[in-house]
Ligand binder design. Structure first.
Ligand code: SAH
Ligand code: SF4
Ligand code: F3S
Length: 445
């Protein structure tokens, strides 16, 4: 049992908050067994690469990093290289890892993270390589430890998997079908977190709007019900969630923004495209008109709500006219911020088989004009904040300047300001002195 004691591990995480949170769990399990975290792979006994497969460049970065581990293995034969995460749920990737990167000791997937310490003990005890990928199953393993990345905010999974099968997306294949945790398990976890000083939780799921958790009383609870329950947790100050799919955003959830003072006035509402033809080929199940109506309803109910989105350019078959509709939607909504992506072919997804793929050069041209439109909107919205006083959760010292602190407003805007490090972890009033394209500047009141 002591085989892992004192070993130093390093985790390299690619991808979304799901993966970041899985890495926190991996870290928690290893620390429970006496391992210590190190932030350099050169100094570690064990490296774990937690992979993402959302776009091709994520795959490329993984293989680049994996190549670097060979040297470490050559220097130290006891060194253990592990790979996990979304890429490992795809057989063609596992085959490539096994054939081209023979120094990898452990391969595991997204459904069997809880098994990782046992696999590691086997590798140390029996000196052999392990590959264990679980098929998706309806079961949820509860009660795993977690070593949190941040002291005052935490991620909490409310559901796993995705049933939507957007035609471009790999996630339903790497994360399996939707399953919701019970509301009691979620509330219990958040109570423990608040007891430990956490002020803000981000509820995670690929589509939190389709949350349907079975309560101990045999009743089912939807996502809005869950928010109302969490809003009652003493000590908790802020609730966020991501991601919500426009097709299932209910009036009840919009009402929860009005009723629940802890639910932050912020929503990430991925639109993906502004043309109905493209939305339909993406299998998104909403129209441009329906999306705009949602934005209108949200802003009517919660006037100061901030809205961010995800947009893909160059989806197969996207015409100039389709793209202009995306641009006009972006101008009409005027997002606070947006993540913009070049469409990337994902093996095994329906859109990868579509014949009308868009040439890279056109994709890039469209991407650049989209980014300009998004930035104009963000700059305009941020400029409106000048002179306002915002509640900011102070998150830490700025990466750019050690004399500056950074934090997030309720609307998830990043604010830089001068202040004492003691403020880290507190929610304080900050007067905004300048609204820039990507952030705000302010002064502590
Ligand atoms: N479940 C979330 C999104 C998860 S992936 C949702 O539905 O909103 C995050 C974003 O990556 C997506 O919103 C989409 O904009 C982008 N994305 C997914 N697959 C992609 C692909 N093949 N090419 C380019 N962008 C992609
Ligand atoms: Fe992917 Fe669509 Fe599911 Fe989001 S909702 S994870 S984009 S399939
Ligand atoms: Fe990537 Fe998997 Fe998240 S593919 S975006 S890490 S769910």
């Amino acid at each position: 049992m002591d085989l892992l004691k004192g070993k130093k591990y390093n985790i390299i995480t690619f991808g979304c908050q799901m993966n970041e949170h899985d890495s926190e769990t991996i870290s928690g399990m290893l620390q429970e067994r006496g391992c210590q975290e190190t932030f350099s792979k050169d100094d570690s006994d064990i490296t774990i690469i937690n992979t993402c497969s959302i776009r091709e460049n994520a795959d490329k970065r993984f293989f680049g990093t994996l190549g670097q581990l060979k040297k470490l293995k050559e220097k130290n034969p006891e060194y253990v290289a592990c790979v996990c995460g979304c890429m490992m749920q795809q057989q063609h990737i596992i085959d490539t890892v096994k054939s081209k990167y023979p120094w990898v000791d452990i391969i595991f997937g997204t459904h069997n993270i809880h098994r990782f310490p046992q696999l590691l003990e086997k590798v140390y005890g029996e000196k052999k390589k392990m590959a264990e990928i679980f098929e998706d199953s309806p079961e949820i393993v509860e009660g795993l430890p977690s070593k949190r990345l941040y002291k005052h905010k935490a991620f909490v999974n409310v559901m796993y998997g995705c049933n939507n099968f957007c035609t471009y997306c790999i996630v339903p294949y790497t994360r399996g079908r939707e399953k919701s945790r019970s509301p009691e398990d979620i509330v219990k976890e958040i109570r423990t977190l608040t007891g430990d000083g956490v002020k803000e939780v981000t509820l995670l799921g690929q589509n939190v709007n389709s949350y349907r958790g079975a309560g101990g009383n045999g009743k089912f609870y939807d996502f809005a019900d869950l928010i109302y329950m969490i809003n009652d947790i003493e000590g908790l100050e802020r609730i966020r969630f991501m991601t919500s799919h426009p097709k299932d955003l209910s009036d009840k959830l919009i009402q929860a923004y009005v009723d629940c003072e802890k639910l932050c006035n912020y929503i990430h509402l991925p639109v993906q495209a502004g043309s109905n033809t493209v939305l339909s080929r993406m299998n998104r199940h909403y129209t441009r008109e329906k999306y705009l109506e949602l934005v209108h309803k949200l802003r009517k109910a919660v006037p100061d709500i901030t809205i961010s989105t995800d947009i893909i350019v160059g989806f197969p078959g996207e015409t100039d006219e389709d793209f202009r509709e995306t641009l006009s939607l972006v101008r009409e909504v005027e997002y606070d911020s947006a993540f913009t992506f070049l469409y990337s072919v994902r093996k095994g997804t329906p859109a990868a088989e579509y014949e009308d793929q868009i040439p890279e050069e056109i994709k890039h041209r469209r991407f650049d004009s989209l980014v300009d439109a998004v930035n104009e909107g963000s700059a305009r919205r941020n400029a409106l904040y000048k002179g306002r006083v915002e509640k900011v959760l102070v998150e830490g010292v700025s990466k750019k300047n050690e004399h500056t602190l950074t934090g997030r407003t309720e609307g998830f805007k990043l604010v830089d300001f001068k202040g004492d490090r003691d403020l880290i972890g507190q929610i304080i009033d900050v007067e905004i002195t300048e609204g820039k394209t990507f952030s705000l500047a302010g002064k502590v009141l």
